[in-house]
Design a binder for this molecule. Structure first.
Ligand code: AMP
Ligand code: ZN
Length: 140
């Protein structure tokens, strides 16, 4: 798949909308539109890389720092019992979008989330409102 067909590159370019949480020079964070749990967010590098095996180290470091920032804001907003940072490489590992991304995935005891959860479209209005609340909890 070429970078031109990459859905996350299109989000970075603004060709496809997203519920943006945070953006800096190297990364973009936005809400997952098929949330496995409330507050499910994604962090991506602005430079396209398919996966962990090909991402540049500096880009990976930037994504990780943004993931921490977003996880803290999600934690303060949704108050989950736990958070998984998750990242899939290859179809067999559950990767469905081949632009490196880190999931910030709020967890609850007994939510019975499986590693390869199915994609169920969320309520866009509710996701947008939650994005606003998470943004207001971002620290400098
Ligand atoms: P993965 O299965 O690890 O590749 O995760 C890809 C994630 O991207 C899934 O959780 C999808 O719900 C999410 N996703 C796909 N398209 C979009 C989109 N346009 N906006 C937000 N999230 C998306
Ligand atoms: Zn891309």
């Amino acid at each position: 798949m070429s970078v031109d067909d990459c859905i996350f590159c299109k989000i970075i370019k603004g060709d496809i909308p997203c519920f943006k949480l945070y953006e800096d020079e190297h990364t973009l964070a936005f809400m997952d539109i098929n949330p496995a749990n409330d507050g499910h967010a994604l962090i991506i590098p602005k430079t396209h890389a398919n996966d962990l095996l090909s991402i540049e180290p500096d880009s990976l470091a930037a994504v990780t720092m943004t993931a921490r920032k977003v996880a803290r804001a999600v934690s303060g907003t949704v108050k989950p019992e736990g958070i998984n940072l998750m990242q899939c490489n290859g179809e067999a590992a559950g990767q469905s979008v081949f632009h490196f991304h880190m999931h910030v995935l709020p967890r609850a005891v007994g939510d019975e989330l499986k590693m390869n959860w199915g994609l169920t479209p969320g309520d866009m209005d509710a996701i947008g409102k939650l994005a606003e609340r998470i943004r207001s909890n971002l620290e400098a």
